[in-house]
Design a protein around this ligand. Structure first.
Ligand code: GDP
Length: 446
């Protein structure tokens, strides 16, 4: 082999150090085993996470759509019970909310929750998820069947709904003697109420454990707070001895872009990025209203190779800069922006596919610059194993000084973490959880 690895090392590299299962048909999902564009990750998954994933795959196969266990579990819906029998399959359903970055972060969070609680994760497929990602689990499906009995209620689940856990707590509808509902809705958003955040308490988890079906809507990366639930922390320390690798490993395990998206990634990469000695990605997210091109943001961006933004002007200006003025050291600098969609159009197939392709292109760079509190950038940095420079958010239309800050770790930020320890006292934050560099109400693993 040309890369100096022997056969078993190559096989291990292809499976991301044992993270990925074997036995998938390769052609139907080329991205799954294609590491030709990326450098090998310096972060190796632990033995424990590898074996946890293999046992999860077995559980999913046993309980997934189409199985007897799944049929039994769906029959239970609508019938509340005093207690569940214990050996039945339990599920957590993920619903897509907000933009693609938000979705990928909440999906990884829900998956980790499923691993920790031995639930099977199923995803709502009524949006364009099947245009974006391949199936992650062998010989089964992660798609919630279209004839799932609660399908026509899923969209109506919100904070006011009578099956919302926080609302039930608020109304004192749950106590130690109450019957166990067959399903509950969990609301985990940036503006969720204290009652909803009780989800992150040990005693609440003991109750939720008995509920067969949980439906989660979230736009957040809530993993850091799972580490603060004592019984989860014990398990997590074993699974992820390197704490900042949670998203990196789980995202690379779960997300495999479809051939259509992977085609966009490889074509762009081969045409514009593969020959460069060094690739610098800059992700420019403008949250001001109106959004668009601003000189003060342009001034914040000094040099770049790959620019992704909804606004094409940022890369156009960079290009012109380097055309007019060669770099001081005589290096060749090329500027490339894959797309410039101008406005967010979540759930439009091609728009979302381009966005996903850009997230992957950003993750394939050597150095990365991202934008404050953008989940789009968080996903790219996590997939790529990169500690980015984060552009501060401009205030009053001024270029921030300093313009950016180096991230402490490659983990995404839980932008609105509960900061009250199970609602009573101020939370005890373990040393491996810190306030985010870019958002002061956020917590992240380091
Ligand atoms: P966030 O709002 O920055 O946290 O990221 P999200 O991904 O959740 O939502 C933003 C959405 O806007 C994305 O899903 C895309 O649809 C679009 N978007 C934002 N930035 C970019 C970009 O750099 N490139 C492309 N193609 N789309 C973007």
């Amino acid at each position: 082999p040309t890369n100096g690895l022997n056969d078993s090392e190559q096989q291990s590299e292809k499976l991301l150090g044992g993270l990925l299962a074997t036995g998938f048909e390769e052609k139907s999902c080329l991205s799954r085993y294609d590491q030709s564009m990326s450098k090998p990750s310096p972060y190796k998954p632990s033995r424990h996470i590898v074996s946890k994933l293999r046992s999860y795959e077995m559980l999913h196969k046993r309980c997934g759509p189409g199985t007897k266990a799944y049929k039994r579990a769906t029959k239970q819906l609508g019938h509340n019970e005093l207690s569940s029998s214990g050996d039945e399959c339990r599920y957590v359903v993920w619903m897509p909310m907000f933009g693609l970055g938000n979705r990928m972060l909440s999906l990884v969070s829900v998956f980790l929750y499923a691993l920790l609680t031995d639930r099977v994760m199923l995803v709502d497929q009524r949006n364009d998820i099947t245009d974006l990602f391949c199936e992650p689990f062998p010989e089964t499906s992660w798609l919630l069947p279209l004839d799932f009995p609660l399908n026509d209620q899923l969209d109506s689940f919100n904070r006011e709904h009578s099956r919302c856990y926080g609302t039930m707590l608020k109304n004192h509808a749950i106590n130690s003697t109450s019957i166990i509902p067959s399903h509950l809705y969990l609301d985990i958003f940036h503006d969720s109420r204290d009652h909803d955040k009780k989800f992150f308490c040990e005693e609440d988890q003991a109750f939720l454990d008995k509920v067969t079906w949980l439906v989660v809507k979230s736009n957040l990366y809530f993993v850091p707070s799972l580490w603060m639930i004592p019984s989860f922390q014990t398990k997590l320390i074993k699974l992820f001895p390197q704490k900042e690798t949670v998203f990196h490993h789980l995202a690379r395990y779960l997300f495999h872009p479809t051939n259509q998206v992977w085609g966009m990634v490889t074509r762009s990469y081969n045409a514009y990025l593969s020959r460069a000695d060094e690739r610098l990605g800059i992700q420019v997210r403008v949250f001001s209203k109106p959004a668009g091109y601003f000189q003060h943001v342009m001034d914040q961006i000094l040099a770049s190779v790959l620019v992704t933004s909804l606004h094409p002007e940022y890369s156009d200006h960079l290009k012109n800069m380097f055309l007019e003025q060669a770099s001081s050291t005589g290096e060749t600098i090329e500027v490339y922006q894959p797309s410039g969609e101008k406005i967010q159009q979540t759930d439009k197939k091609l728009h979302d596919q381009k966005a996903l392709a850009e997230i992957y292109l950003l993750s394939l760079t050597d150095e990365l610059v991202t934008s404050t509190r953008s989940t789009f950038g968080y996903v790219a940095q996590g997939l790529g194993g990169l500690k980015p420079w984060i552009l501060y958010e401009p205030r009053d239309k001024k270029t921030p000084n300093p313009p950016c800050v180096r991230a402490m770790s490659m983990e995404p930020c839980f932008l609105r973490a509960p900061l009250h320890g199970c609602q009573a006292k101020t939370i005890k934050i373990p040393p491996f959880v810190r306030i985010c560099e870019d958002w002061k109400t956020g917590l992240k693993l380091v």
